[in-house]
Write a protein that binds this ligand. Structure first.
Ligand code: UD1
Ligand code: CA
Length: 454
């Protein structure tokens, strides 16, 4: 049966106190709505219809590359009114999963269970039982069967004692949505068109209302304010950390680990505290990441050890390299195997060949560095002339002395050596020594200036 996913995302999110529409607030580096869309895609939904309202253009722009149908709800007259907006584009056949843009952690497994149980009955919902369901719509059952959902504000004292609540996630036959939604009324405590009223309509039609519970409570938690967002972020992170540890990753402290994207790990990867992984990253066998490292879209091959507080973005690192502490690999940094990069070394758009080293205070930008080179402390590739970038080529087995400025474009031939403190503006031939500095000047018995007496 074909499945449509309808996502409610028109709410204002006033309590976030933010310029950004609520569904664009990030959870684990991805907008709340993005999580819901990603889950919808896992279910191979035939179409995804998102109902937008506040900040509509920005919301649409943020997902311009996704194949999504957008339906506007200009005025927020309730959840039932929101879904009514989809009727002109909603297929007559099949079923719809109705999700909330601000309930980002719902699992595809739970939704699949919901689909499986509701397709026979025509309607089903995800419910959860908790100690205190204050604020939520309560599930009213008779002889175990769902009869209605009563909103907190409309509920009587006895109904408010009910611990099972409506999570706002439904599966309904499209034919029934076409039949029921036009009949909703707003005669209730909030003068809103309640989507929840379709449950009573289903009962009146003699249908049974199916229900499933999620595997984890946090799957159905909504985000209304910053506190809830932060709490959900931690739960989401703990879940990801747990999955990584189950795959064999050694997280020194799963409570101090953040993954904002995807991470593929080999065996016996060790990650120290406060590491942040963003985008798509990959770590080979036995890779170690020291405390406080930040990696974005980076691939590190087996056996490499990264010491504390190193930062990577769009970088590729070979096997058995040593990096950090306090190293920075910027986009286009590409290190071969057995490379050593030490503290306060910045590398951008530069390839470094096997076994080469830059161990202290260095900037290597737009450079091609061969194998087995030693780049002295304080070396700078002067890659920018104020208008254009130029490349520095350092061939194999070169020794660059301490505190060199290599003014690009320049080529240092293989096996060459450069003297400490040189500012090199011309190519250096293979196997030669180049030194560029004034001769040491010395004056015997030199008297320093004296302070003038007033
Ligand atoms: C709704 C349910 C309630 C359930 C709760 C779970 C109704 C009447 N009640 O409560 O039973 O326990 O969710 O969180 O449905 N939205 C729109 N347009 C609107 C109104 C809401 O798009 O006109 C969106 C919101 O942005 C949000 C979702 O619908 O994503 C739920 O709205 P919200 O106001 O949070 O839910 P309640 O009505 O309080
Ligand atoms: Ca409401």
């Amino acid at each position: 049966m074909s499945t449509t996913v309808i996502i409610l995302a028109a709410g204002k999110g006033t309590r976030m106190r933010s310029q950004l529409p609520k569904v664009l607030q990030p959870l684990a580096g991805r907008p709340l709505l993005g999580h819901v869309i990603q889950t919808a895609k896992k279910l191979h939904a035939q179409n995804i219809i998102t109902i937008y309202g506040h900040g509509g253009e920005l919301v649409k722009q943020s997902f311009a590359e996704e194949h999504i149908e957008w339906v506007e709800q200009a005025e927020q007259l309730g959840t039932g009114h929101a879904v009514q907006m989809t009727l002109p584009v909603l297929p007559q056949e099949g079923v719809s999963l109705i999700l909330s843009g601000d309930v980002p952690c719902i699992h595809a497994n739970t939704l699949q269970k919901l689909l499986d149980t509701s397709t026979q009955t025509g309607i089903g919902l995800v419910t959860l039982t908790v100690e205190d369901a204050t604020g939520y719509g309560r599930i009213v059952r008779q002889n175990g069967k769902i009869q209605a959902i009563v909103e907190h504000k409309d509920a009587n004292e006895a109904q408010r004692q009910i611990k099972e609540f409506n999570t706002g996630i439904y599966c309904v036959s499209n034919a029934k949505l076409h039949e029921w939604l036009p009949k909703l009324s707003n005669e209730n405590a909030q003068s809103e068109y309640y989507l929840t009223d379709i449950v009573a309509m289903a009962i009146a039609d003699g249908l049974e209302v199916a229900s499933v519970e999620p595997d984890f409570a946090f799957e159905v938690e909504g985000v209304n304010n910053r506190l809830q967002l932060a709490a959900l972020e931690r739960q989401f992170q703990q879940q990801q950390a747990k999955e990584l540890m189950e795959q064999g990753v050694h997280l020194i402290d799963p409570n101090r680990f953040d993954l904002r994207g995807s991470l593929k790990c080999g065996q016996d990867v060790q990650i120290d505290v406060n590491v942040i992984i963003e985008g798509d990253c990959e770590l080979g066998d036995n890779v170690q990441l020291g405390a406080g490292c930040i990696l974005k879209n980076t691939r590190i091959a087996a056996g490499t050890k990264v010491q504390a507080y190193s930062v990577f973005e769009n970088a590729i690192v070979g096997e058995n390299t040593q990096i950090g502490p306090f190293a920075r690999l910027r986009p286009g940094a590409n290190l071969a195997d057995d490379v050593h990069i030490g503290n306060f070394v910045e590398i951008k758009n530069t390839h470094m060949g096997q076994g080469s080293k830059a161990n202290h205070f260095t900037y290597l930008g737009d450079a091609d560095i061969g194998a087995n080179c030693n780049i002295g402390a304080g070396t700078i590739t002067c890659n920018y002339d104020g208008a254009n970038k130029h490349r520095t080529i350092i061939e194999d087995n070169v020794f660059i002395g301490t505190n060199n400025s290599l003014v690009a474009p320049i080529k240092i031939g293989q096996g060459a050596t450069t003297g400490a403190g040189s500012t090199l503006t011309r190519n250096v031939a293979e196997h030669s020594l180049a030194v560029e500095r004034s001769k040491q000047f010395e004056k015997a018995n030199y008297q320093r200036p004296q302070k003038l007496k007033k």
